[in-house]
Design a protein around this ligand. Structure first.
Ligand SMILES: Cc1ncc(C[n+]2csc(CCOP(=O)(O)OP(=O)(O)O)c2C)c(N)n1
Ligand code: SF4
Length: 328
């Protein structure tokens, strides 16, 4: 083998990351938990996009879904309940070059973390977010969440949940600055993967709500949709999802939807039967907060040194006239 060919082979080997490069610990989720499908799609995405593990961070709050960073062989930050967004935003401000992902549950995001969620949408930082929405608090063994169906009997609602559920899609689409809103379901993995890929490739805050099965505490929650593919409506468009021929014949209920149309996106988002799946809204031109604030510059070696110099100079004794001379 010639020397240049040899070195290219070595470079190829060094630069390509296989699926195993992203597979961390063995997941502790229950059998049949939809979190497994989301994890598999994430690992495939990282490998296909060849994201350097050392430049990739998965951030989460607390919950079953928030265990995802443990299972990715990248950097990870399993933070506090409801606090994944400010942690992810801090990372992005300091290191805008990193690929930053967030995994959050419906309790983590829509309940305790709701204020952070709204402002994260508004700030539109380049972060890819997956809301694992199983309509319940799983980790703490069945309490009602903001997305629980009305009437759900749980440890906190023994007579049934009183309120109508919150719709994370319509809430997100109501926030000024929101730039990418999509919905997927864990039981159609190919479409889940395509939506996560589009979300990752969008430059801005991409928010993907994934309807996620929790066989332990919500065993039949999505059965009607699982048993009847026509009750899932796939949003297709040349700038959105395009189904493979086999999926197209299985999921015949399709709706052409241009993700640039926010008014139509809001109408579609409010449907719950059939479930809309696809990219509801995308605005590639929305400004990212880190660009507006020139993120990362504060942490450059030159900026850190200048800051230290400024601090140390406060303790310098300048003989008369020397300060002006030093400034010249
Ligand atoms: C400040 C705080 N409050 C409450 C809890 C208890 N707690 C842990 S996880 C959780 C809810 C998790 O539900 P969700 O976000 O829907 O995730 P899932 O487990 O369903 O994936 C709660 C209330 C906590 N850890 N910290
Ligand atoms: S309790 Fe539910 S959400 Fe948690 S791991 Fe089990 S199936 Fe998944």
């Amino acid at each position: 083998m010639s020397r240049s060919l040899n070195s290219s082979v070595i470079r190829l080997h060094e630069e390509h990351h296989a699926l195993e490069d992203y597979q961390g610990g063995v997941p502790r989720w229950c059998n049949g938990c939809g979190d497994n499908a989301i994890l598999a799609a994430m690992q495939r995405l990282c490998s296909d996009e060849n994201l350097a593990p050392e430049n990739t961070v998965f951030v989460s709050g607390i919950g079953c879904s928030s265990r995802l960073p443990h299972y990715m062989k990248t950097y990870g930050f399993h933070s506090l309940h409801g606090r994944a967004f400010p942690v992810a935003e801090g990372i992005k401000m300091a290191r805008p070059d990193l690929n930053v992902f967030v995994s959050t549950g419906d309790g983590d995001c829509c309940s305790i973390g709701a204020a952070h969620w709204i402002h994260a949408l508004r700030y539109n930082m380049n972060i890819t977010v997956v809301l694992h929405d199983n309509h319940v608090y799983g980790l703490t063994k069945k309490q009602a969440s903001p997305t629980s169906p009305r009437g759900l009997k749980s440890n906190t609602t023994p007579y049934g949940a009183t309120l109508e559920p919150m719709n994370p899609l319509t809430v997100s689409l109501g926030v000024q600055g929101a730039s990418f809103i999509a919905q997927a379901v864990d039981w159609v993995p190919e479409v889940l993967y395509d939506i996560l890929k589009a979300a990752y490739r969008h430059r801005g805050f991409s928010f993907v709500r994934v309807l996620q099965r929790c066989p332990e505490f919500m065993p039949k929650a999505f059965d009607p949709w699982l048993h009847d593919p026509q009750r899932t409506q796939i949003l297709t468009h040349k700038d959105g999802l395009q189904l493979s021929p086999s999926l197209s014949s299985a999921y015949r209920n399709q709706l052409a939807h241009d993700p640039a149309d926010i008014d139509r996106a809001r109408e579609i988002a409010s449907m719950d039967d059939p479930i809309p799946v696809g990219i509801l809204y995308r605005n590639a031109g929305a400004p990212c907060y880190e660009d507006l604030r020139h993120a990362g510059t504060l942490r450059s070696p030159a900026a850190i040194r200048a800051g230290l110099d400024r601090e140390l100079d406060k303790f310098t004794f300048w003989p008369e006239g020397a300060e002006a001379a030093a400034a010249d």
